[in-house]
Design a protein around this ligand. Sequence first.
Ligand code: FAD
Ligand code: PYC
Length: 422
Amino acid sequence: MGRTARMRGYSVWSLLREGVGGHRGWRPAWRDAAPKAAYDAVIIGGGGHGLATAYYLAKEHGMTNVAVLEKGWLGGGNAARNTTIVRSNYLNDESAAIYDHAMRLWRGLGRELNFNIMMSHRGVLNLAHDDGEMRQLKRRVEANRLNGVDAEWLDAHEVKEFCPPIHIGRDVRYPVLGATLQRSGGVNRHDAVVWGYARAACALGVDIVQHCEVTGIDVRGGVVQGVRTTRGDIKTSKVASVVAGHTSVIADMVGLRLPIESHPLQALVSEPVKPIMPCVVMSNAVHAYCSQSDKGELVIGAGIDPHISYTQRGGFHIIEDEIAALLELFPIFSRMKLMRHWAGTVDVCPDASPIISKTPVKGFYVNGGWGTGGWKATPGSGHVFADLVANDEPNAIAEPYALTRFATGKLVAEHGAAAVAH
Ligand code: FAD
Ligand code: PYC
């Protein structure tokens, strides 16, 4: 029996009884709250980042009179749609700081939340297919090491040793010449992370309100007064927007125009098979990446669909291209069947780095622009954003991600390390 079950007083017999009896004795993991008339802070968006923000606000800053407002169900946005690749091998110092902060938090998160988030540090390979890419990726390995991020360079034969199903012959359009390896990188379980944060935040007093869409934000004299929602008006002096692909929609409610574009990003899974992929493999040049879920499905993705859209669906040609590329890397998968495919809406900044920032509207804070790669940042993002919302000042990790960088030109350019094209 797992630690969670023991702590909650379950025995094997009670689990069996619940299994055959329709789970009638199980308590919900969190309270589905009705919105109150006022809160000290309102978080818009019940994805991983919003829930992590709520948890750290309560745990580290003693702010418990807080609501998370989610227009759908918890974790039904990009949290549910992402492929959960976790790594911190970005190029710039500012990125290493935030993504490795997240990596440190991931390591202890299952224990901290007392929830099995199925964290698997199985290693992430980023492939190089030509001399230019090799130079660029080797430089990234050096930059990572200077920042204390674990990174190695593997030649093609070492890549094959680490990932036996991969094809390293030279008979393809983009042969594998080598790869970076971050051994601590890997994958985890998206809904467990969401539910773990939700349960922990709720236990500290946070109200989690599902099916509650924010439709407007009241601002008077440049200061936030509250939010309007499909379940009534709520007064608050702090509104924190954590809505991924809808960041520019929420910002528009306070008259703010952000340098963000929203694009579809697709993913798909194959039929389940026995364990074959021991690690995560990503290729920026051919636009394909792949890992294997614990259920046995190959989890496959590529870059964004280039058009702007909120539809949560993408074009078939993207899938065709990514599968063609993937099969050059893994001809062994050529007869597998694909089972499901979907898309999310990702919010992309011009430098492929996020926004974690105060705004010209007092009391309105933005966390967004994570593009194709925000899942890996979830705990780090929530941790530093909670600090910003509580203290009205960014800490050293969050500071480079202020909106002011688009005026000063001090961008954090991460298109290379973002790893799936955007
Ligand atoms: P979300 O989970 O989308 O949460 C935002 C929530 O806000 C949503 O639930 C939405 O319903 C809610 N909301 C929006 N508007 C309102 C409103 N008006 N009122 C109330 N609620 C509202 N990142 C990685 O690091 N690794 C990966 O492998 C990876 N793979 C990806 C694959 C795909 C196909 C996609 C789409 C994304 C992927 N990402 C990946 C990116 C990652 O999923 C996101 O960057 C991250 O999940 C964003 O977190 P979030 O909590 O802000 O977003
Ligand atoms: O940022 O590592 C990443 C990623 C993988 C797939 C989508 N994003």
